[in-house]
Structures are given as structure tokens and as C-alpha cells.
Design a protein around this ligand. Structure first.
Ligand SMILES: *Cc1c(COP(=O)(O)O)cnc(C)c1O
Ligand SMILES: [Zn+2]
Length: 425
């Protein structure tokens, strides 16, 4: 067997480990393990989609895909905001720009390497509890490649798990309840042998897959930007951009300063902004997340409403912001709505609502002079092109194979899930 081109390292104890699909430090530290790659200088590989960045992905193999981030120099939005160097990274579907993310968001850059990493490092099936972009991204990868996946969603979100063709190797489980009920059921099913939870920010394939947004832009433009701007719910994309920046500094060809992160949350649900602006590493629920149900009901983008983000954990969002001289801002729902219209008008494609929040945050940052107009900026449009997807691809709905009431004991469906998993493991 060829030796691995990376190992996992713990930012707390400093020890390194072979990747056996562990999600935490084997020595018991509370931290995000990081992948460290043998190749200090990245070489673009002749591989499909995002796998062309495999030097810095925790995978050997690849899948057939055209999904990869695409960046370009903005003229429309740049002129409107008076910016001399605004680069847009577009993670969605926009054929004229060469962007073919058929599920519509950068979660597909996570789903692709995660699927391969699991296949190479363990024997099993990924389980994702997500009502939104993550669930659809994994279902799409499954539909396109035949890799099995389990997706647990609230019943009312079943229609969101559309794929470009029918996903025959998708076990879609619908819960007659809300998102929290789906997560609870998913957690209960994760103890079935061969079932692996997707892992969120702890999953290095997720982070390094999302990190390709920064990598692609820097390789294409030839230099590191001064700023990386993204709307966040968990902040995993921000952590990923920081880690990619560290690798790019180490690469040596693109500059020696890390891009400052500007991370934006959608008012009124802004727990990380509140904690960060109070100078705290900890999110305090009573202070930072008052009336969460009510405030979550008022946001423009519900993918930005994570209640337990990897903020304070070692190697998490707080460290990413501290390590890059970063900032956090909020953007209101009306501002995000206006930014959506502006972006569509000036750049010519519909952004994901979360990406519209990022545009609104960038506008605030320029108006308040947090970002000088001549700084180089990388704006992460983390999803978009849904109108084109609906028109060109007409994605199909997938039928749930299992439907349960909220609060169902996972043991009641464990046999059925086990039988399905055993077809693949
Ligand atoms: C998930 C998501 C985000 C937020 O990502 P983080 O995990 O918080 O970095 C932003 N935009 C889109 C389109 C998303 O799907
Ligand atoms: Zn450790």
C-alpha cells in the first residue's frame, strides 16, 4: 500500500495520527483534528471537479463530478461598492462561468471528499441529518455516483432533497416533526454498526473540501486576498478558509499574510457575533441566543441558524478569527433581501439566501470602512443558480423509504436500517 499523503494532527496535544476516520483526538483532547499534507506546494491534478485539489484533500481516489468552486473578478458589484479588487467565488450552478454544482451550494465540496474518505478509511454508510443544503448535497453525490447515503429530514423538507436524477442508493428517512426531531433520530441510528455520522466541523474532509473555495481563488488569481467574506451558521467554512490560508502561506508562492476573515450572521439570530464582539470564547445561551425559536423564525437564510456551532473549541471559529485578525458582522433580513436583488441585478445570477447575507455584510463592512476600498476581497457566494437548476436540470423528488412519527424510538426502525446498510457493507 502506498503511504498516506497526510496525517491528522491535534492542535492541543500536538500529536499526529494516521487517519482511521476518527473524529476526535485519540488522546481525548477537545479539539478539531487537522489534516497535514506531505505536499507543501499544491499541484493541480488532472482529476474531476473538486478532486483536482486532492493534494490537500484527505482522499486518494475520486468520484466522477464536475462540481468545483469557480472564481472571477467582479465588475458589476465591485463598481457599485467602489471596490478596486473584488473577487467572487461562486459555488453553485452557472454553466456560462463553468460552475456545475448541481445541488447548488458549497456543501457539495464537502459531500464529495467525505464520501470517498469513508470508503477508503472505514466500511460503512454516511448518515446526514439535514433539512437543507447538506442533505441535498449528499443525496446528489449519491445520485450521481451510486455511493450509498442515509439522509434524515423533517417530513416537510422531503421535497428539498431533490436530485438531478433519482437517487437509487439513498435511504431517505422522514420524521413527522421538526429539524431537532430529525437530528435526535439520526443520533439514535448512528450506533448501528456501519453507520457513520457525517461529523460536521470535526470531519476533515468537510473542512478541506470547503477550503477549496480559498484554494481555487488563490491559485487562479495568483495571490492571497486581504479578506475572506462569508455568511456563517456553524462557521465551518470560516475555519476551512483559515486552514487553507495557512497551507497557502506555507506553500510560499502566494504571499505571507493570512486573509482576515469577515464572517457574517443573519440578524436576529447571531450567537457567534454576540460572543465575538463581547470578546468571549464561549457562547452563553442566555446572553447570545435569547428567544432562539422566535429569532430563527425571522431570518432570511435558515442554513445560518446553527445553535451549537464549533465556536469556542480549540481550532474552531474563535481561533480562526483570532488567528487572522478577523471580524464578525450582522446583516438584517431586509438588508439581505436587498442584497439578493442587487447581486442578481449586477452579477446576473441568483445567490443562495445565505450568500445574499454575505453580500449585505460586505456592504456594511465597506460603508463602515472596516474594509478599505482598495483591499483585495474574496467574497464567498456559497450557493446559487437555483433558477437555472430548476430550468436546465428539473431535479426530481426522492421518496422516503421510512416514515416515522417524532419521538419514535430508533430501535423500532433499526432492523430496517441495518438491513439496508448491509447491502453495502
Ligand atoms: C451551510 C451554508 C453556509 C454556512 O456555512 P458554515 O458551515 O457556517 O461555514 C453558507 N452558505 C450556504 C449556501 C450554506 O449552505
Ligand atoms: Zn490531542
Amino acid at each position: 500500500m502506498t503511504p498516506d499523503h497526510y496525517h491528522l494532527s491535534c492542535p492541543v496535544c500536538g500529536l499526529t495520527y494516521r487517519d482511521t476516520y476518527q473524529s476526535g483526538c485519540p488522546s481525548g483532547c477537545t479539539s478539531l483534528l487537522r489534516a497535514e499534507y506531505t505536499q507543501k506546494q499544491i499541484t493541480i491534478r488532472n482529476l474531476p471537479g473538486v478532486f483536482r485539489f486532492s493534494d490537500w484533500l484527505p482522499v486518494r481516489g475520486s468520484l466522477q463530478t464536475r462540481a468545483a468552486p469557480v472564481s472571477y473578478q467582479s465588475s458589476g458589484l465591485a463598481k457599485e461598492l467602489g471596490l478596486s479588487n473584488l473577487r467572487i467565488s461562486f459555488s453553485g450552478y452557472w454553466p456560462e462561468k463553468g460552475a456545475y454544482v448541481t445541488s447548488g451550494s458549497f456543501k457539495e465540496f464537502e459531500a464529495l471528499p467525505t464520501t470517498v474518505r469513508l470508503r477508503e478509511r472505514a466500511s460503512g454508510v454516511i448518515l446526514v441529518a439535514s433539512a437543507g443544503n447538506t442533505g441535498r448535497a449528499f443525496a446528489e453525490v449519491s445520485a450521481e455516483t451510486g455511493q450509498p447515503v442515509i439522509v434524515v429530514v423533517p417530513k416537510k423538507a422531503v421535497s428539498r432533497i431533490r436530485t438531478s436524477r433519482r437517487a437509487d442508493h439513498l435511504l431517505l428517512i422522514a420524521v413527522d416533526g421538526d429539524y431537532t426531531d430529525a437530528i435526535t433520530l439520526g443520533n439514535g441510528l448512528s450506533s448501528i454498526p456501519g453507520v457513520f455520522p457525517e461529523g460536521g466541523a470535526k470531519n476533515v474532509a468537510r473542512r478541506d473540501g470547503m477550503g477549496t473555495v480559498m484554494v481555487e481563488s488563490v491559485l487562479t488569481s495568483g495571490r492571497m486576498p486581504d479578506w475572506y467574506v462569508q455568511a456563517v451558521g456553524s462557521g465551518t467554512g470560516g475555519i476551512s478558509a483559515w486552514e487553507a490560508g495557512l497551507r497557502l502561506v506555507n506553500d510560499g508562492r502566494f504571499g505571507s499574510s493570512l486573509p482576515h476573515l469577515l464572517l457574517i450572521q443573519n440578524h436576529p439570530f447571531t450567537p457567534m457575533v454576540n460572543a465575538w464582539n463581547a470578546g468571549r470564547r464561549e457562547i452563553i445561551g442566555d446572553l447570545d441566543m435569547q428567544n432562539p425559536v422566535e429569532s430563527i423564525g425571522k431570518v432570511f437564510s435558515d442554513v445560518l441558524t446553527n445553535r451549537a456551532p464549533p465556536y469556542g473549541i480549540s481550532g474552531g471559529v474563535y481561533d480562526a478569527l483570532s488567528g487572522t485578525g478577523g471580524s464578525m458582522l450582522t446583516a438584517s433580513t431586509p438588508d439581505a433581501q436587498a442584497a439578493f436583488d442587487l447581486f442578481l441585478d449586477l452579477e446576473g445570477i441568483d445567490p443562495d439566501p445565505a450568500a445574499a447575507v454575505a453580500v449585505a455584510g460586505l456592504i456594511h463592512a465597506v460603508e463602515s470602512e472596516l474594509i478599505p476600498v482598495d483591499d483585495s476581497i474574496l467574497l464567498a457566494i456559497t450557493g446559487g443558480g437555483y433558477e437555472r437548476i430548476a430550468r436546465d436540470i428539473s431535479p426530481v423528488e426522492n421518496k422516503p423509504l421510512i416514515m416515522v412519527q417524532a419521538g419514535t424510538d430508533p430501535a423500532d426502525i433499526a432492523d430496517q436500517v441495518r438491513a439496508w446498510v448491509n447491502r453495502y457493507v
